[in-house]
Design a protein around this ligand. Structure first.
Ligand code: SF4
Length: 702
């Protein structure tokens, strides 16, 4: 492996984007070491980040294109593999039209790749059928944030504000396992006298750190937030001056919440009236406070309204747009934030512009050198796109995603993928989805190519190339460049990431997520810049105007709505799409464990992580286990209307008796997403991962 230099960069995994150094080893390979100068993690890395270099090894990852021949994937050269993809995409378009071509991206792709992939779909293929796996991540929070504030940036303030606030309500986040170095912000909060309230049906490692743990029934967070708002109003704790001067729509939202009497909310959620009152006291008494949500309230068929209810609570108490206060979403995937800003979403163009906005289309088409009328309109959302495979959508190009494990109703999605006329996958490893492909392209990884990501704080970061990829491996940008050329578009798809970023800057200029003032040079010098950052920094003299410093804190003066005011939206509680009944009497909720990341495609290949978390399990409360006759370690089948998953039972008092939990990182018989419900939120098109009706069957001792 050719080495270049010891290099500061960022972790390939979650949205915390911890800083790390990559140090070449004399015997070959690289070592990940701590980087203490990056303010987010200050040298701390979780096991996933610490072991990330293992996935760079040739024995772990793909190093040759694979082409299906005689039913098997066999090694092939790049020209043959690219020719095959271009020929099949072109033929499908000729026979069935452009919308028979699908493109599926990922929240781990860099900003440059996400941008180039969206442009490739719309300019080269001419298809509207593009979306990405980030739809399954934070889309409900994005929709609710945009609806209320006019703009979605996961956290509208930096993480460093957390220790200096008075109270945090953390809703549906197990960050002690998903992003462990972030826990220190909450530890410091409590050391400074602030309080932490965790809302989660499970007593997670994060909940164990809390001053107060609320364990609502899955899918009832919306009612919980309404009940808290009811008490805020009844106790006279609203901030009337803030409501009057900085918001609209309060009367309707207040009226909706007043139907949620505490006793009624206790019946819906299982959270007691004294706990509701204690929560209101802890949240309202300090001068500053925050609500942070993650996948728990967001991955629901009413996720947008659930997040909206928590935002209403924040607005009624005068929190958003005030120092060390407000609402934020903890985005999960490494570039989940940037991935949704630059055009791989079904309904958006670069700069977080709306695809159906004529002015946005004109601007981006101008940068791309095409007729605005030639750009397709919005397409299907991620699950709807996957559901259409093999029928309306006949051929799919997929980059950096593994829906066979990570999509809801995964057996159906797998069957849809198998039914395609043609599937091409670009990935680092032979994922379960790549195994189904007709052509697999081995692409470079985080340490092997330069690119930018945008962390959960909205901080744009530079990941630097530290080592060359092994022979036989190329970048995703090379893939798009080569395919575009073969499909008749010779220009506009550079292989150089900085050249791509320069175009992204122009395309984002003037949009909600404006990167036009951000350059690679600045990112290297300043170790990250918060968007929006609209203008080019002036190089030069002391007399030169000060460059835009980026925007760590949003909404301090006004919200991004036309009138500058935040919008209350009246919301009401609804049942989950699938309530328990006699046949399926329990609720399933899913989540992550500390040693695995998302579909596990990378982390399951790391020996240390695999040893720490070798397979799935089913958490059962002791009372439920006794009723079922299950002992700890027994094989149990969890059965939903969509299929069954089998795994060992783990009996724990940390789960509610009416709920079972499975982590979702594994394929095969223990695949949790075989069970999950693809019922979609009407606004965000988020599936209901976090709640579905199941029964448990005890299969006996292992
Ligand atoms: Fe990487 Fe996230 Fe772990 Fe940090 S917390 S080392 S970014 S996986």
């Amino acid at each position: 492996m050719e080495t270049i230099a010891s290099t500061p960069t960022h972790c390939p995994y979650c949205a915390l984007q911890c800083g790390m150094n990559i140090t070449p080893l004399p015997q070959g390979g690289v070592e990940v070491t701590e980087r203490t100068d990056f303010p987010v993690n200050r040298g701390a890395l979780c096991g996933k980040g610490r072991t990330a270099a293992e996935v760079l090894a040739p024995g772990v990852r793909l190093t040759s294109p694979l082409v299906r021949t005689g039913g098997r994937l066999v090694e092939a050269g790049w020209p043959e593999a690219l020719d095959r993809i271009a020929e099949r995409l072109g033929r499908t378009r000729r026979e069935y039209g452009a919308d028979a071509l699908g493109v599926f991206g990922g929240g781990g792709l860099t900003n440059e790749k996400a941008y180039a992939l969206g442009k490739f779909a719309r300019v080269v293929l001419g298809t509207s059928q593009i979306d990405y796996n980030g739809r399954f991540c934070m889309s409900s929070a994005a929709a609710a944030g945009t609806r209320a504030f006019g703009l979605d940036r996961g956290l509208p303030f930096p993480l460093e504000d957390i220790p200096r606030t008075g109270c945090v309500i953390l809703v549906g986040s197990n960050l002690a396992e998903t992003m462990p170095p972030s826990l220190r912000f909450f530890t410091e909060l409590r050391e400074n006298g602030g309080t932490l309230i965790v809302v989660d049906p499970r007593r997670t490692r994060t909940a164990e750190q809390a001053d107060l743990h609320l364990a609502p029934r899955p899918g009832t967070d919306l009612a919980l937030a309404l009940g808290l708002l009811h008490l805020v109003v009844a106790d006279g704790r609203t901030d009337e001056e803030y409501i009057r001067e900085r918001t609209t729509g309060w009367e309707e939202a207040r009226a909706a919440a007043m139907a949620y009497w505490p006793e009624y909310v206790e019946r819906i959620t299982g959270v007691s009236v004294p706990q509701l009152r204690e929560t209101v006291g802890m949240f309202c008494e300090p001068a500053s406070a925050m609500v942070l949500t993650a996948r728990g309230p967001e991955q629901q068929s009413k996720g947008t309204d659930t997040v909206g209810a928590w935002i209403n609570l924040c607005l009624a108490t005068g929190r958003p747009g005030r120092p060390r206060s407000g609402y934020g979403c903890l985005t999960g995937q490494g570039n989940g934030q940037g991935g949704r800003e630059h055009g791989q979403k079904a309904d958006q163009l670069p700069g977080y512009r709306k695809l159906d906005d004529p002015a946005a289309r004109r601007h981006v088409a101008g940068v791309w050198g095409v007729d605005p009328d030639s750009l397709p309109g919005p397409g299907r959302s991620a699950y709807e796109l996957l559901d259409a495979l093999g029928t309306d959508v006949r051929a799919l190009l997929l980059m950096g995603s593994n829906p066979v494990v990570s999509a809801p109703r995964a057996a159906h999605v797998e069957e849809r993928l198998r039914s395609l006329d043609f599937l091409a996958v670009a990935d680092v490893v032979l994922s379960e989805t790549a195994e189904l492909a007709d052509v697999v392209l081995p692409v470079a990884q985080w340490a092997e190519e330069t690119g930018t990501t945008t962390s959960l704080e909205g901080r744009v970061l530079l990941r630097r190339r530290a080592v060359a990829p092994p022979p036989g491996v190329h970048s995703d940008l090379y893939v798009l460049h080569e395919l575009a050329g073969r499909l008749g578009v010779e220009k506009g798809f550079p292989t150089d990431p900085e050249e791509t970023f320069e175009e992204l800057r122009r395309a984002s200029a003037g949009g909600p997520a404006d990167y036009s003032g951000i350059t690679y040079r600045r990112l290297a010098e300043e170790d990250g810049v918060f968007w929006p950052c609209p203008d080019e920094p002036a190089a030069g003299t002391a007399a030169a105007p000060r460059p835009h410093g980026g925007t760590p804190r949003l909404f301090l003066d006004r919200f991004a709505t036309p009138d500058g005011r935040a919008r209350f939206v009246p919301v009401v509680h609804r049942d989950t799409a699938e309530e328990p009944d006699a046949e399926y009497p329990l609720l399933l909720t899913t989540g992550r464990v500390v040693a695995q990341y998302q579909s596990g495609a990378q982390t399951r290949r790391v020996a240390e992580l695999n040893a720490a978390a070798p397979g799935p399990f089913v958490e059962l409360h002791p009372r439920l286990a006794a009723r079922l006759g299950a002992a700890d370690g027994d094989r149990v089948a969890v059965v939903s209307r969509r299929g069954r998953a089998v795994a060992p039972a783990r009996i724990t008092g940390a789960i509610r008796p009416d709920t079972v939990f499975m982590p979702f990182h594994w394929p095969g018989e223990g695949r949790a997403n075989t069970l999950t419900n693809p019922a979609l939120d009407p606004t965000s098109r988020m599936p209901e991962f976090k709640s579905c009706a199941v029964r448990v069957e005890v299969l006996g001792a292992l």
